[in-house]
Design a protein. Structure first.
Length: 318
């Protein structure tokens, strides 16, 4: 509850927080340490065109020709959870539209590269830049959703991480190391497809690159790590348009500063800025002003680094 003091500034009296942790659970992980891709998990597709090499990496290894090759494994995540994907990805050449690969994060069908519905990452196109892209495939056509900021135009070797939250907010990251730090390449919102049957890897190659695609440490999982949801220690009303939320643990800057992570009802004109003031304090600036005698609900739906959660803060004014 908030009330105006003698100067007309709203102050907090009571705030109610509801946190509902989402289910955590591994989907799959394959580092190819067993020397095969036939079990744990089982991959299918053009299996004769791939091997697990001496470095325990999945490698395209086929006759010199111009063709495509792909592998897929069953993957039906609960997209009501926040899901993360991560893998090692290397192409030992300069990518192009004729030498390119896709990582199918969500796919409706096994015919990768053809008539499926889903989402994939891509590196390889005309021009020297070759950014990391997230694209949505609608049957036989594709729509670009994110064009990353980094260039992977020459012998790309990287770790990629993708995060999708329960409402269809996507973020893609890249790093030179599996342990990071990871650089945000871009984010977007798209919830056209909310189910999946498969995860897959797809390569398009010419004869000179028929052995030059490499993949490793492939995982799809719910967010792991700290499984204790963050709690709100208090709310400070700085003025009629600004509040600060104090959490009980360090928060993730990228997640906390996404305006789309927050929603106020009834609206007072929208949130203009979300700034992590220090590790535990987030400041929200609104374009409008709180009014006395109104009950407001601030909803948060984001991973906030430590655990996927939904949170709702109720602020009553008088």
């Amino acid at each position: 509850m908030v009330y105006p003091n003698n100067n007309g500034v709203l102050k907090p009296v009571l705030a109610f927080l509801l946190l509902i942790p989402l289910t955590l659970g591994a989907q799959f992980y394959d580092a190819f340490e067993d020397g095969n891709f036939s079990t744990n998990p089982a991959w299918s597709g053009t299996t004769s065109k791939f091997v697990v090499n001496g470095s325990n990496q999945l490698q395209l290894n086929t006759a010199a020709s111009t063709d495509t090759a792909y592998l897929y494994t069953e993957f039906s995540p609960n997209l009501g959870d926040t899901v993360t994907w991560q893998l090692y990805w290397r192409m030992a050449f300069a990518p192009s539209s004729n030498n390119t690969s896709r990582i199918y994060l969500l796919s409706s069908d096994t015919s990768l590269g053809s008539n499926v519905n889903g989402y994939y990452l891509r590196i390889g196109e005309s021009g020297p830049a070759d950014p990391l892209r997230l694209e949505r495939q609608d049957g036989g056509s594709s729509v670009n959703l994110i064009m990353g900021t980094s260039s992977f135009g020459s012998n790309p070797e990287l770790y990629v991480r993708v995060v999708r939250d329960p409402v269809g907010n996507w973020s893609i990251y890249s790093s030179s190391s599996s342990s990071g730090p990871f650089t945000l390449e871009g984010d977007t919102s798209d919830a056209a497809y909310n189910s999946s049957n498969y995860f897959g890897l797809w390569c398009k190659y010419t004869s000179s690159n028929s052995t030059d695609f490499f993949f490793d440490d492939v995982s799809a999982d719910s967010i792991v790590g700290d499984t204790t949801p963050p709690l709100v220690n208090g709310i400070d009303i700085l003025n009629a348009q600004t509040i600060q939320i104090r959490f009980n643990e360090a928060m993730d800057e990228a997640s906390c500063e996404l305006i789309s992570s927050y929603s106020l009802s009834p609206s007072i004109g929208g949130i203009t800025t979300a700034i992590l003031q220090n590790e535990t304090v987030v400041e929200l600036q609104f374009s409008g002003s709180f009014s006395s005698g109104i009950t407001y609900t601030l909803d948060m739906e984001k991973s906030f680094l430590s655990v996927p959660c939904r949170a709702s803060i109720t602020i009553r004014t008088r």
